[in-house]
Design a protein around this ligand. Structure first.
Ligand code: DHB
Ligand code: FE
Length: 313
């Protein structure tokens, strides 16, 4: 039986062809005052990365090609484009971290709204609208949707007044406003605030499937791996309120052909929705009801949701 590279060179063999002490000497470079969580995570990352290099016998040329790709992704990124996140997302890393985060949060009797990846197209300071207004500034010919629902506390069931709902989605041409010079600034982006019963409603368009940008390192990798670039039709949300952990999520159109085959692996069953036909409203052909449930920071702590380590800690 042929032995593969993993058995010969990976951590699973007793006798690696490479310096057996190297990985531990890198990990042991940390001092005694290292942040405990970070030291643990970085030791693990170092072991996995070193094993990866040994297992695949990564050469300097291959390594430099990878570094070059990371640098190009960084150089291409700015306020409107997050190529680094795109690159990581096509390997499902953000979706996996999201699954872990949600799992920790949902080990309670009820659960907050399922989270989903942020993706690279959120912009801060989207326009603030009043209840019942529309975020559609371009594409008047699109399929308009009246979306409505409630924001409540998942633990107590109480409505949350003044919760912020930040929304963004692509136009019918499959482009976010920030990718498309022909759309008005901040088209299809907006923020709304809930009323006393936690209620909200606004108008948007029915979203369409679309391919992620193909002109950078992420597109290059998808091509080399013979993968498609499509995301199913979705609308993004960040729902937040004082003393509550914000929910970053997306909802997905059940009818979309890519619903089971998302390039970014972000679809969850509880986030799949049905757009219903709407009668008697000259402003919308479709209606969508969706309720959001938030966890207070206190409940989040109770259920073990962990935030990132920052330099100030
Ligand atoms: C990704 C996510 C999105 O929501 C999107 O519109 C494009 C790309 C991503 O995670 O890569
Ligand atoms: Fe998106």
């Amino acid at each position: 039986m042929a032995t593969n590279a993993q058995q010969v060179n990976g951590s699973s063999t007793q006798a690696s062809r490479f310096d057996p002490n190297f990985t531990e000497s890198v990990i042991n470079a940390n001092g005694p005052k290292a942040h405990p969580r970070l030291a643990r995570v970085m030791a693990s990352l170092t072991r996995h990365l070193h094993d990866f290099c040994r297992e695949n016998e990564i050469t300097i040329d291959e390594y430099m090609a990878g570094i070059d790709m990371i640098n190009r992704a960084g150089q291409m990124s700015n306020e409107k484009r997050n190529e680094g996140l795109l690159l990581a997302d096509i390997f499902g890393m953000e979706s996996l971290a999201d699954e872990i985060t949600h799992k920790l949060a949902s080990e309670a009797k009820d659960a907050p709204t399922a989270t989903a990846i942020l993706g690279p197209f959120w912009r801060k300071d989207a326009p603030i609208y009043k209840t019942g207004e529309s975020i559609v500034k371009g594409f008047p010919e699109g399929d308009h949707v009246m979306m409505h629902g409630k924001v409540t506390d998942f633990d107590t069931g109480k409505p949350i007044e003044n919760a912020e709902i930040d929304i963004w989605h692509t136009g019918p041409n499959g482009l976010y406003e920030s990718q498309d010079p022909d759309q008005p600034d901040m088209n299809l982006r907006g923020r709304f605030y809930t009323g006393p019963e936690g209620e909200y409603n606004f108008y948007c368009l029915r979203p369409t499937k679309y391919p992620i940008p193909y002109d950078g390192p992420a597109g290059e990798l998808l091509q080399l791996l013979d993968r498609h670039a499509w995301r199913p039709a979705h609308i993004h949300f960040i729902v937040s309120a004082p003393d509550y952990k914000p929910v970053v999520t997306q909802i997905f159109d059940r009818r979309d052909e890519y619903i089971t085959n998302d390039v970014a692996f972000a679809v969850k069953e509880s986030l799949i929705v049905d757009f219903e036909p709407r009668e008697g409203d000259s402003k919308a052909q479709f209606e969508l009801k969706y309720d959001f449930k938030l966890a207070s920071y206190e409940a989040a702590r109770k259920h073990g949701m962990r935030d990132a380590v920052g330099p100030s800690e």
